[in-house]
Design a protein around this ligand. Structure first.
Ligand code: URA
Length: 311
């Protein structure tokens, strides 16, 4: 007859074993969901999400059989929204009824801008892209060569990667809003000068005011440091939640940095999951302490000396 001590030991052993099994099951499910959501974004990195299964299959048609239809022709809706582990994103709300008109007015003003010497070398003023039907704004640094030629932000290689990053959190690129700190390309893609930022930033401030997004994702050092008025390196800012004029802001690495160092993709994937969590449930993610600014988020910079770009 086992003693009561033996019975207690056995019961603890069984409970631990059951807990271990349950944990293994949950983490298996989490990994599967994670891989599905990350999709092609993490392909070829040390993070190593497996390739998402392709829909198309090689088939040998029987004589006289109906030719197999293209997957796109069978399910046109599937072309837009990729299968991910996320629910549909929330819709933008809480904007002025004439927000499109207001944005267009700011865009028209920017299109004529001659406040800094970049107007002499630009081909286009690159103001915005996206329908803003989801309350998420990505802010980059400045247009590059492709963007300057096409007049749209993030259309080059970095832009293609940004599209994958956005799709990895279950959102179509055209549903968010994408813009930059500078609206004109600096020659040879050099870093923006403080005086260029000072002249250009009011356009972005007005874009963000009009859009009133639930979350802003600052892409790269320049965007994060300008918006947060700090010299703190991007590696210390990323993955944290700050407040910018009362709106949540998450800095992450610039997609161009990921092109140079694909191992950063895993880190960016974690950061954009945080963005997605804020989108879905803003209250669940409280803001971090500001990086040297006033509580509640630093106000937008006003003078060149305030910019502290560290450049
Ligand atoms: N890099 C940016 O920061 N913005 C763009 O629009 C393109 C590349």
């Amino acid at each position: 007859m086992p003693s009561s001590d033996d019975r207690a030991l056995l019961s603890r052993f069984l409970q631990d074993a059951i807990r271990r099994e349950l944990r293994a099951g949950v983490s298996h499910w989490e990994n599967a969901a994670w891989n599905k959501a990350a999709g092609t974004f993490l392909e070829g990195t040390a993070a190593g999400a497996p390739r998402v299964a392709r829909v198309a299959r090689a088939t040998r048609a029987e004589p006289g059989a109906e030719p197999e239809r293209e997957p796109e022709a069978v399910a046109p809706a599937a072309r837009k929204t990729k299968p991910t582990a996320f629910n549909p994103p929330p819709k933008a709300a809480g904007r002025a009824r004439d927000w499109k008109k207001q944005l267009a007015a700011v865009g028209a003003e920017a299109a004529e801008c001659r406040k800094c010497p970049l107007c002499e070398t630009r081909n286009s003023v690159v103001f915005e892209t996206g329908t803003a039907s989801v309350p998420l704004v990505f802010v980059g640094e400045a247009p590059g060569r492709d963007e300057d030629l096409q007049g749209l932000p993030f259309v080059g290689r970095a832009g293609q990667l940004l599209t994958k990053i956005i799709e990895a959190i279950g959102i179509d690129r055209e549903d968010v809003y994408i813009c930059n700190i500078l609206k004109c390309r600096p020659p040879n893609n050099r870093d923006p000068l403080p005086e260029e930022v000072e002249q250009c930033l009011p356009y972005l401030e007005r874009q963000l005011e009009i859009l009133n997004p639930r979350v802003i994702c600052a892409l790269g050092r320049i965007a994060a440091q300008v918006l947060l008025q700090t010299k703190t390196p991007i590696g210390k800012l990323r993955g944290r939640v700050f407040l910018y004029n009362g709106r949540k802001l998450v800095p992450t690495y610039h997609p161009a940095a990921l092109l140079r160092n694909p191992d950063l993709k895993r880190t960016v994937w974690e950061d954009v999951q945080l963005v997605r969590r804020i989108l879905d449930d803003p209250e669940s993610v409280p803001p971090d302490a500001p990086p040297g600014g006033a509580p509640g988020g630093a106000p937008p910079p006003r003078r060149v000396d305030d910019l502290n770009l560290g450049i």
